[in-house]
Write a new protein. Sequence first.
Length: 390
Amino acid sequence: MRSRLTEFERRIRRSRVIDLGAGYPDVRLPRALAEALERASVEVAKWPFTPSVARGEAATDYLITELLNLLRLPASLHAATLVTFSGSVALDRAITVSAHLHDHWLIVSPVFDVIPSLIAEQPWVRPTYINPFTANGAWDLGRLVAYIRESRPKVMIMVSPSNPLGASLSVLELQTLMTSCRDAGTLLVLDQCLYALNPFEIHIPLLPSLDIEGLSWILTWDTAKTFGLNDEKLGFIFASSDLAPKLRESLDIIQIDVSARSKLLFAELFRAARLTDYPKYLSDLVARNWHTCRSLSSVGVHVSTPQAGSFALLDVTELGLSAPQAQEIFMSSAEVGMVDAGEFYFWDPLREPWVARARDSLCRIALAREAATIEDALERIRVVAAEIAG
Ligand SMILES: Cc1ncc(COP(=O)(O)O)c(C=O)c1O
């Protein structure tokens, strides 16, 4: 299985165009964070080539403590928190452990395209994809809950805030879903990697902040969507107490451990991010960039209103283009790279024919960029869109 999304993001990175494709922030790190990284680098440079076990354990402890502080999660989750190389590795292990337990799965689409590819590697799993969003991108929670109650999937996977829609579950919605999953005996796997991107200052609940007795759950989060730093990243798995030991064993198969050096770097980064409220800095930048993008409607390109996250969707229907066509034209003529949001849609076309419209006409742009980069990109898109509109 290949990820067309990853391939396209790579193509954008290799071309000399403005990169609004990759989902990772590409912004100057604020001084406090850059200094924290520098201090930690100086410290790890003094370590012996192979750090002692005690040093490794201390780094793990420091990292998890700082992570729980940054995400405002209770310290009691410490023992059920696992460190992985990346968000994709966290998801891979969550899916592998879930596959050993159960076969009939429900996947909430649109969904990060790597999740279906990872599921396809599990021979026994029978996934059903459903799209519980209304045509204008709002949750249709009633539909999702009814589906869980009727078909009682063994595992359900979803992403909130959603990539690429930006739809975020409210406290009540998450509570309702968790209760439905518990009552149906469904293991809930939730990817909340966009949690810290909250440009419109709504309340975004993290799964473990709600206590639903008897629910089996797995939460994944990673550093890439919040800190960028592109190739330098970590992933995390949090789990209910019945699953944490199984996940730990499963992780042992693919990694002895993440390096103590990486752990110290990220612990210092998390600490500086919390002390300076870096998530707010980044979220404010995303909000500002989203407001700038709205001016595109004057040339027939309509910008979605996400609830959270760091993306916006451009609807190119009025230009008479499909999303893949618009993606190619903006890449070659405007020299702006963006991705086709259709890559995130997995669904049964017979059951949900209306999803096709959303799938075929939306391009995703990343908003976690310097304001000047977004302004430059918009100007280029505006010129090309105006030419197409004639
Ligand atoms: C929703 C979602 N989850 C997980 C990941 C994987 O992140 P990582 O780059 O840490 O593997 C991505 C990457 O884009 C993502 O969009």
